[in-house]
Structures are given as structure tokens and as C-alpha cells.
Design a binder for this molecule. Sequence first.
Ligand code: BDR
Ligand code: CA
Length: 312
Amino acid sequence: MNILYDCDPGQDDAMALLTALGNPDKVKILCVSTVGGNQDINLVTQNAGHLLAFCEQQIPLVKGQAGPLLNQLRAQPEAHGKTGMDGSGNLDKYNYPVRKDNAILFMADILKKQPEKVTIVATGPLTNIALLIKTFPEALAKIVKIVVMGGGIDHGNVTKLAEFNIWTDPEAAQIVFDSPLEVVMAGLDVTEKTTITKKQIASLQAGGSVSKLAGNLLRFYQKSGEQFGFIDSPVHDLVAMEYAIWPELFETVPANIKISTDHGDTYGQTYIASETSDNKGTENVLIKRMKVDLFFALLQKSLLFLDQKLDS
Ligand code: BDR
Ligand code: CA
């Protein structure tokens, strides 16, 4: 399967990326694009580059939109640290080239040249993907589906009703969810239930170089999650990537998912429109659950693959 990975690393984006890199027999990442979200665009791009260099990759990395379509970016250093991906130690020696291309043009060009359809996995605000859809409608024919970490049907994590990625750029999210493409939503409903324990994190820290890096990142993330009431860590973005790779392991339902762009309490809310609504859009897919033990086991196995490759 070929994918475009759009992200704002982020410790949980990092787990998603490492998991994809740890399964080269199943996934080929055609391009990693970044978007302002967890942190400023330069920092998240640097974080993506550090991970790709650490894992000795040669995947094109391209810097996308610095901020949302309409709003100012409000980054989340309190959740992810000053760099947006604290906990990794000093990765400054892991330099990685960032392409000079405009990210939207670059993604459109990749899609145009692909003989087969591509899956998009997006684990940051949907700014780049909305611009891709609006600017290059012909690219839609080359996309199988978009797997999004974002939203939460019954609650949010930034406001009572809105989750961070959707709340950061609700107008972009509306463009993506209302597009004719199949959008699969890995929202808080599932991601807050697929958690990783402190013991599991410690077991990664005792592993090879990539497992250790992942464990250190997760250790920071787990600690920081405690301020929001989480003891076990919800590794949100990893759910989206695991779904893209192993969809058969997830329970899903079709759902007419909508995004509120009304300025008020519901701004950035994801909700399911009723059957009778005039506002009927495309049917999307809502992830309901996956087995929590399996969630960690797949991460662990992916990291082990990378350890074996890099440490031998
Ligand atoms: C989402 O927001 C970011 O902080 C995480 O990386 C994840 O993509 C969770 O709400
Ligand atoms: Ca993210």
C-alpha cells in the first residue's frame, strides 16, 4: 500500500511514523508532509526530519502550511513540550533534507504520477489536505481514502466538544469530511481507549535504539498526559496509522460525520448528522474500537523490526 503521511510530530505522530517505517512489506510512504499544529511548522518539520534521519530513510519530506486556513495557530507546548516532540533527547545531529517544493503541489504531483490509488493518513490539522482537495480536484480520483486522527463524537479535548486537530482548523476539516472521498475518523472515542501503560513504555525503553527512542518519547508523553487525567497514555495518532495498515483489526460503522464551523460553543465539534437532516453529505467511516493489547503489540513489533535493521 502506498501512502502520503501528513503530520505535525508530536510524540504520537512519531509512533505512527515509526510504525509505518517498521512495516516496509506492507506500507510505502511516498512523502511525509508537515503542517503547523502541535508546534510551529519549522519545529514539527525538524522533528519529522529527525525521525527520518534516525531511521536512515530517504523518503521526501516537505514543509506544508504554517497555520490554519482562517485562524491563528495555537500550538500545544503544554502537551508536547517546547520542541513539540520533547523526550527524544538531543537529535540535532540527525539532519534531514527538507524539499524546497510547495507541499500541496508536491503531493498533487505524486498522486498524478501514481499508477495505483494512494491512501492519505493525516494526524495533524487538515489544512494541507483541504487545500489539496480544493486546488486539485482531479487528484481525488487517485485517493482511496483518507484516514484522519481527529474529532470525537461525544466530547473534545480542547473544548468540551472539540478535539485539537479539528478545532485548530475546522474549516479545513469540513472541506475534507464533506468531500466525496471516504474519510475514516480515528477520533477520541477510540483513541482514548487504546492506551499504552507505563510498564509497556518501560519495556520499550529497555529495547534497541528505535524502541528506546520511542519509549523515551512516550515516557514524556505519558507524564504530560497526567496533567489531563491520563495515567495510561492515549497514543492518538498511532490508531490512524494502525487502521491504515491493518483495517481488518478494527470495528467501524458507516457514519455521516459533520464538522461544526459555527462560531460558538460547538466550533470544531464533530457530530453525526441524523438521517433526516437536509445536510446529508457523503458517508464516512467511524472507528469504534480495537483490541488494546493488539494496539501495543503492533507498535512493539514494528519498532523491533527497525531495531534489528539499525542495530545490526
Ligand atoms: C491530536 O492532537 C495532537 O496533540 C496529537 O498529536 C493528536 O494528533 C490529539 O487530539
Ligand atoms: Ca498529531
